[in-house]
Design a protein around this ligand. Structure first.
Ligand SMILES: [Zn+2]
Length: 414
């Protein structure tokens, strides 16, 4: 234990206490508003739908708090509990090259981490989501997804970790800068490759075959000066009743994806308005701005790693005596989320600003009233709470509360 241990433990304690406190606040606030639909929604949302949203929010919160505590136990077990040291010694014992030992150590660390999370994601899908009628997954599909994800992680992880360890070993003092450049290149490549090669491993994408809707979408795209490689419908209903629409891809692989669940929930006008909102994110350059923010954060992170990986106190402060590049990466993956937690309010406030801008864009090229109707329908369908605790919302929510978004849109439509 050294000074860094105390700084880390204080940050971990502060993060966990804040998470638990916010979660309890959210539960209390939602409970307190459970028996009355907010005025603005009285006409569209029934009391029973409102109460279902409240119960769903409370149940997710209760489960989330258990996950928080479990996460802290796992983190402490890896570090001060000796988990990482044990794993590292096991691979060292095989007498392989330091490069191969490092890759195997990190890959096994990642796979064990996702196995430790598995019971929670199983419970979330088959108990929590199921109880509220959202689950469409089957255990067979769930486990085949898990195996596919693990294989993908192993293949891409081996590549990335191999490159990272090689750079740390062979490119001198500034390895973190080269690694950053490689990381950005990889992220851009994945944005391009994901829709065409990876997403189809998990879902079926079929071209939208509704001619009338297709025409409306094409008209909207033309109005907004937007080119895409097509409009696809994804079989989201294979796993969940929650609906969504998104843009994906980069350059020539850009495409628009609608969940089949969304197409069943919204009418044509509303679908157009939702799509116009998504286009607004592109037109207002949010996608590019987000990429720049991520690039800056990862540059700072890697510079910190470059510095910390040479400091004995970094390893010893986290309860580990083995110093190696692979160990530095593992420790970094574990501790960085703890310190990043305190950036949440900043990141989410930026994101909420973007949502208002995209809404305003949608109001200008499509219809504010249709977007309002779509939002209400989606809140109802997803059982999202209309009455979040304001402080909780300010810390976590990437989207402004429904009531505030609608108030802004009404100003736009007036
Ligand atoms: Zn948005």
């Amino acid at each position: 234990m050294n000074e860094f241990s105390w700084i880390f433990l204080a940050a971990l304690f502060l993060m966990t206490a804040t998470e638990l406190w916010l979660s309890m606040r959210q539960g209390k606030h939602v409970q307190a508003h459970r028996d009355k639909v907010p005025k603005a929604f009285e006409d569209q949302i029934s009391l029973s739908a409102h109460q279902k949203a409240a119960d769903y929010t409370v149940a997710k919160g209760r489960f989330g708090r258990k996950e928080n505590i479990y996460g802290v136990i796992i983190l402490l077990a890896w570090t001060f509990g000796g988990g990482l040291a044990l794993l590292s010694n096991a691979w060292d014992g095989l007498g392989l090259s330091s490069m191969l030992t490092g890759v195997l150590f990190l890959l096994s660390f990642i796979v064990i981490g996702s196995l430790l999370d598995l019971p929670f994601s199983y419970y979330r899908t088959f108990v929590l989501e199921d109880k509220f009628g959202f689950n469409r997954n089957t255990p067979a599909l769930f486990f085949s997804d898990f195996i596919k994800q693990t294989l993908l992680t192993l293949i891409m992880g081996a590549l990335l970790i191999g490159v990272a360890l090689w750079m740390m070993q062979s490119t001198g003092e500034l390895w973190w800068l080269y690694l950053w450049a490689a990381w950005i290149g990889f992220a851009l490549f994945m944005m391009w490759a994901y829709p065409a090669f990876i997403a189809p491993l998990f879902n079926k994408f079929t071209p939208l075959d509704d001619a009338a809707l297709q025409q409306r979408v094409e008209n909207l795209l033309a109005r907004c000066g937007f080119k895409s490689q097509g409009i696809f419908v994804m079989d989201g209903s294979r796993r969940s009743g929650h609906g969504n629409a998104y843009f994906t891809g980069l350059g020539s692989n850009k495409r628009i994806v609608f969940f089949d669940t969304l197409l069943n929930t919204l009418n044509e006008d509303q679908i157009e308005a939702v799509l116009a909102h998504e286009l607004g994110h592109f037109r207002r350059k949010h996608v590019v701005k987000n990429m720049v923010v991520m690039a800056v954060i990862s540059l700072i992170g890697l510079a910190l790693l470059g510095w910390a990986s040479n400091q004995t106190w970094f390893y010893e402060g986290l309860g580990v005596s083995q110093q190696s590049n692979a160990m530095a990466l593992a420790l970094f993956m574990l501790v960085i989320p703890v310190f990043m937690f305190f950036l949440h309010p900043l990141m989410t406030s930026l994101s909420r600003k973007y949502e208002y801008e995209a809404d305003a864009y949608a109001a200008s090229v499509s219809s504010a009233d249709d977007l309002i109707a779509a939002l209400v329908a989606l809140y109802k369908e997803n059982a999202s709470t209309l009455t979040p605790d304001p402080l909780v919302s300010a810390v976590y929510d990437s989207h402004p509360p429904a009531a505030m978004r609608i108030a802004h849109l009404q100003m736009n439509s007036a």
